[in-house]
Design a protein around this ligand. Sequence first.
Ligand code: NAD
Length: 484
Amino acid sequence: MVSRVIPVETFDLVIFGGTGDLARRKILPGLFRRFRSGQMPEGSRIIGAARSDLDQAGYRQMIADAVAEFGGEEKKDSKGLDAFIETLDYVAIDAKGDGGWAKLAEIVRKDVVQAFYFSVAPSLFGDLAERLHTNNIANEQSRIVVEKPFGRDLETARALNETLATHFDESQIYRIDHYLGKETVQNLMAVRFGNMLFEPLWNNHYVDHIQVTVAETVGVGGRGAYYDKSGAMRDMVQNHLMQLLCLIAMEPPSQFGADEVRDEKLKVIRALQPVEPHHIVRGQYDAGPNGPSYREDAENARSFTESFIAMKCEIANWRWAGVPFYLRTGKRMKARSSEITVVFKDLGHSIFEGDEARHRNILSIRLQPNEGMDLQVTIKEPGPGGMRLIDVPLDMTFADALGPDAEEVPDAYERLIMDVIRGNQTLFMRGDEVEAAWRWTDPLINGWEARNDVPKLYDAGSAGPEDALAMMHRDGRRWREIKA
Ligand code: NAD
């Protein structure tokens, strides 16, 4: 198959925090995959910059080990790995002091694409941005990539935006939400805006409701101290689930360009209504046969932080008035499954005698596992005996549909980093979008804190607290089953 991948220019990518968990687990194994598929142009370099006192050889060994530990099939390619680690360099640097900056200035080239990945705690973003300038390393073409969390409320997000804006133009800032790098999430836009079939039905005349579920089986063990100050609302809803909601609900942009798409997403966030307390269910997992309770994992016996949240949201605009959007996310749930589901309205009238069932078309878009889509349609049950109707899925699992010759699907981080090098901001959050999301989220969090809301316990390995099921039942609806 002829590759239609858009080429990238030669680059120097500096990864601040290049020895950290994210860099070793995701960023560098991902870059190795892109290297193997020929997307890293000759002469490009990756420069780790972190606190550890390593030299170039030590860093190369660390990354070879990381690929061996966290990489997929590609790690078997030892010749490729040898060639890849040749592109790596390392500078021991102190974000808060002068150490290492002169050396970094010497290494980073001015005549290639420069990208600086801030894979460090957000408290260091300001220091890095400033030192990149005072040491005359960054220029007007440089790009910076920043990781989540982007603030913990509107005030802190605004302060971060202001800090970055002191040194970089918005067109240089790439705020990562790795959900936007997922293949299926982009497919959502292809399905909506590349087909005649769906868009005419994508509104309150035909859609009954929409569900977004992001269920994880893991608990918070290992990162309990961070998570306990955050909770599911800050960790998942304010960013990932809201991004998904925006892509489902936005108006068609005039073209698939960064500002056109982000303008439309922003309008959705601004149209989100405040959520009534009885439309929010917060949960916390209890101890179960396969693990400890949230409070044990978080090492906080009095924690009221939510590891699960379900909510019913409304978007006040012409397209969506009256269509509920149910969002749900949680840890230690029965299966790892992320899905967006569009449930269409019932037919008003059935012409088939004796057919009492409520037949509905349901489009579900699976983000993980088994990325793909299926559309539930109603057909005649085969065989004699009159017109009996059944609902069957038209299944399109991408891996099956596209076959073995399909271009290798890059993982979210790989794709997004390559977009940074290409200078394409479409799949990155703009500063005003992030602030608008916090503006909607803050009063909800402040509300439950003021009410001393206690999260409902749920069994580890379940679908969340009973109250979340009841919230749906009250509306005469039900959640989609969470299955792997
Ligand atoms: P980590 O603690 O594993 O690594 C931190 C890195 O920062 C190390 O390389 C360390 O040397 C470097 N560092 C710390 N202080 C420094 C200083 N003063 N000067 C220079 N370097 C310094 O953290 P992580 O898990 O890799 O996370 C990095 C960032 O990515 C954080 O903002 C985190 O919230 C975000 N993030 C991480 C994950 C993940 O899966 N780990 C997922 C999403 C977002």
